[in-house]
Ligand binder design. Sequence first.
Ligand code: HEC
Length: 169
Amino acid sequence: MCERSGCRSLKGIIPTFLVLLSIALGNERGAPASIARMKNPVTSSPELLEKVQATYEKNCLRCHGAGGTGDGPAAATLPTRPRNFTDTKQMATMTDGQLYWAITKGTQWMPAFEKKLPDLERWRLVCLLRALSKTRPNATVQRENRPSPAPPGMTGQYPFWPKRLTAPR
Ligand code: HEC
């Protein structure tokens, strides 16, 4: 039907395109507007923060660190630095809904917790992140919402690397 080489290149292009598309969609940083503007259904309290600490230690500490500064034991193996939750200025640029969305769907180098943690527990984690960052609950979307800056010596995000591949050294 078609020339051998032509068929081969087409066969290569379609899966490549699909892979890139799924990566692009899977790495969607921005939460849908309706979620970005959501109010946290959970009200923070010292008791709540104490309880959700255990969830953080079990699921987040290895990358984000005990103090939330992004220096957990696994952080060095990642090509980008996990978000520093104590960075008040940067954390203030994200709404509760955007934080919730990142935890739910994961990011480029962070796993999704949609199936691992119940919905309300993910919202409770948002309360914890607010406490760590000394920022207030926030449902107002700002334009200034940038990814964490890459640590020195790294070139930043690697948008086209599938999660299963490790970064070149
Ligand atoms: C495997 C390491 C890893 C784990 C585990 C992890 N994260 Fe992350 N997280 C990252 C990295 C790396 C980033 C920076 C964005 C990127 O490069 O993917 C990040 C970014 C974030 C962000 C900011 C997202 C954005 O859009 O800027 C939030 C919020 C977050 N993590 C919350 C959590 C919470 C809460 C947990 C535990 C439930 C968790 N993370 C577990 C690695 C991790």
